[in-house]
Design a protein around this ligand. Structure first.
Ligand SMILES: NC(=O)C1=CN([C@@H]2O[C@H](COP(=O)(O)OP(=O)(O)OC[C@H]3O[C@@H](n4cnc5c(N)ncnc54)[C@H](O)[C@@H]3O)[C@@H](O)[C@H]2O)C=CC1
Ligand SMILES: O=C(O)C(=O)COP(=O)(O)O
Length: 636
């Protein structure tokens, strides 16, 4: 018989009954994109921050941090209005942005225009943890460790971490992703500064500038002791041919050096254009007179310069490190310096910063050191500050970030094309999950995209995230955004597989239809089960609006706006009128109606779009219509 009771199916994961501690609070955040369950139109905002002080080409991709909906104000349809969304009217309160390390004044100005800015430097880990629960964004440089504890302590409030620089090895990215917190960096503004510092160290080391300076200041005049080596004609191996590495290479070529590079991911044409040969790791370290390090610190690069690799180097090699201390095993470097394998080292970065005062490495007479100054030029700091301030403000506003570190980049043209499908995807997820009978565990969801385009031409990550959001949010306390969608699904034991079917429709549109299937579950609405036993619903975008086009094996056609009543009834005259009358009597406005049937005068499905939720009395009356075999009310 008809039913419309509340729907609360379980995920099969043991985490279901007690949601993960970090997902208990649904932030009223812009970053929880499409947090509202409601209406069109969607407003997708793009931002492309122009690079400052940089000549390196930037990728033109954007990460979707948030898709802000122009929300309906009805409490039925709006779940978590933001209090500072531009799309939701004038801000009520400003977001709080904590700046934990010195940031250029121009960047602070950008931040102050948008939020309440607190500059608190030299916080201890405990102080940071206790402060963070009142902050929406945190801006750091390399000196602040943004650990899992920081995300835990934020209680879901922290939405963006901005790294005012390149290296994000001081941010626990996995934890950030799990907590749905976006991490953005400022990857371009200090490139030139770091490259120039690398060259400065290279030249200073080769000519013993620091040692000679120290010697003369204690009253000595040691011209014979500080005879240097020439750079011209020497081979420099650039390890990590990215932004800084290629700028170092360009400058070293200008000094008459022979430059080779090792970078497993660098495009050969970029190297070729600079006259640099890309070689293997062993070839690079085995032939170079100078080795300059420019790779990020990752598990793969951690201590990649160690006893074994130092042993493969040319005796008397000179090493420059402006990347990260952790790529070198510092004890091994001391040994290599003592044995003469490494003649000299010039280091701007250390495993532990600041290094211990009695560090043998720092004190070594053949080592030149600077206190992590690579990015420290006036120009770079101003550029970095503006770059990160714009990125953080943009992310807080819900714009797309070009510098997101832990969210997929979606090119803007792909995004604007996908925007109506984004709304469709979430609504299909929401509908499908509401058809699941309480008590059923959802394990497996299959999404089938039909498209005229080649499968490689269709980026579905955003759609998958939205379907995940649609499925998870109505039945749990988790919030889902593009940052954490895959993680949250996995955490809840939900396997989402995707299939793309090429169909003969217009390739002008990216997608013909999206079908969401939930396997091995019972349904509240038996007709929602397709012939293969799965709950199955399909939708299309028509005239720019999401439409439901099939439920189970029934074809329907109803715009996915407001709410929906699905009824299965005997196919006989007068049914639309009877249901319509009841809704009219109870002041429920019907926006759409569509009837689909299998066999004439046998079984039909009626999909009715309603603006308001019918009251219990109205639902009861619908259920009492004799020809109605089952029905369900679904919130979109
Ligand atoms: N000392 C300082 O103040 C500064 C330090 N840096 C550091 O310099 C490094 C490079 O920065 P960018 O050039 O801006 O980054 P980037 O991302 O443009 O370049 C890094 C390059 O390293 C390559 N790479 C990754 N794994 C590698 C491996 N196993 N072997 C060789 N190459 C590998 C990547 O393919 C990439 O091309 C980063 O660690 C960054 O944190 C950057 C700016 C200032
Ligand atoms: O950008 C980077 O990776 C840097 O190492 C610069 O660090 P800083 O911002 O000067 O602490």
């Amino acid at each position: 018989m008809a039913s419309s009771s509340s729907l609360k199916p379980n995920f099969s994961s043991p985490l279901t009954s007690s949601p993960s501690p970090h997902s208990t609070q649904k932030p009223s955040s812009l970053l929880s994109f499409l947090h509202s369950t409601t209406s069109t139109p969607i407003s997708l905002k793009l931002s492309s921050n122009p690079p400052h002080n940089n000549s390196h080409p930037r990728s033109k991709s954007f990460a979707v941090t948030n898709v802000v909906l122009k929300t309906d104000t009805s409490p039925e349809t709006t779940s978590a209005p933001s209090n500072y969304s531009q799309d939701l009217g004038p801000p009520l309160t400003k977001p709080t942005i904590l700046v934990s390390e010195k940031l250029g004044e121009k960047g602070l100005e950008v931040l102050r225009e948008f939020g309440h800015v607190e500059c608190l430097y030299d916080l201890s880990p405990d102080q940071l943890c206790s402060k963070i629960s009142s902050c929406d964004a945190l801006i750091v440089r390399s000196g602040t460790k943004v650990t899992r504890q920081v995300f835990e302590a934020s209680n879901g409030r922290l939405k963006v971490v901005g790294r005012a620089g390149v290296g994000i090895d001081n941010v626990d990215l996995q934890a950030a992703t799990e907590f749905g917190c976006l991490v953005v960096n400022a990857p371009t503004a200090n490139t030139v500064a770091a490259a120039e510092h690398g060259i400065a160290l290279l030249a200073a080391m080769a000519r013993n500038v620091a040692q000679a300076d120290a010697s003369i200041k204690v009253g000595k005049w040691q011209r014979n002791k500080y005879v240097g080596v020439s750079l011209v004609g020497k081979t420099l191996a650039v390890m990590g041919f990215g932004k800084v590495g290629s700028e170092v290479a360009r400058r070293a070529k200008g000094l008459g050096m022979n430059v080779i590079a090792h970078d497993p991911y660098a495009p050969a044409d970029r190297a070729r254009a600079l006259g640099v040969e890309l070689v293997s790791f062993d070839q690079a370290i085995g032939t170079a007179d100078f080795i300059s390090l420019h790779m990020p610190l990752t598990p793969a690069t951690s201590k990649v310069f160690n006893d074994e690799t130092f042993a493969k180097m040319k005796k008397g090699v000179r090493i420059i490190n402006v990347a990260r201390g952790g790529v070198i095993d510092e004890d091994a470097l001391v040994k290599a310096l003592d044995s003469g394998i490494v003649a000299q080292a010039a280091l701007d970065v250390f495993t532990k910063e600041p290094p211990p005062k009695d560090s043998r490495l720092v004190q070594h007479e053949n080592v030149t050191v600077t206190p992590h100054l690579g990015a420290s030029t006036k120009e770079a700091q101003e550029g970095v500050a503006i770059e990160i301030a714009e990125a953080v403000v943009g992310a807080l506003k819900g714009e797309l970030s070009a510098t997101a570190v832990n969210a997929p980049m979606v090119p803007p043209e792909v995004l604007s094309e996908l925007s109506p499908y984004v709304a469709l995807a979430e609504k299909l997820g929401r509908l499908a999950v509401q058809l699941v009978a309480g008590g059923s565990g959802i394990k497996s969801v299959k999404v089938v995209y039909k498209s005229a385009r080649d499968p490689d031409d269709l980026d579905t990550r955003l759609l998958r995230a939205m379907i995940t959001k649609g499925i998870i949010e109505p039945i749990s306390s988790s919030f889902v955004n593009l940052v954490n969608a895959d993680f949250t699904a996995k955490e809840k034991g939900l396997r989402i597989s995707e299939e793309r079917i090429v169909v003969d429709s217009s390739p002008e549109f990216p997608i013909d239809s999206i079908q969401v299937q939930i396997s091995n579950v019972e349904s509240k609405f038996a007709s929602g089960i397709s012939d293969n036993g799965d709950i199955s619903i399909e939708g299309k975008v028509k005239y720019g609006t999401p439409h439901l086009t099939s439920v189970g094996s029934f074809a329907v056609d109803v715009s996915l706006e407001g709410n929906l009543i699905l009824c299965r009834q005997v196919d006989q005259p007068g049914m639309i009128g009877q249901v319509g009358n009841i809704l009219g009597e109870h002041n429920v406005n019907v926006s759409f109606m569509s009837v689909g049937r299998t066999v004439r005068r046998k079984k039909a499905i009626m999909a009715i779009g309603v603006d308001e939720k019918p009251d219990k009395e109205a639902l009861k009356k619908i259920g009492e219509i004799p020809a109605i075999e089952e029905f369900v009310f679904l919130k979109l």
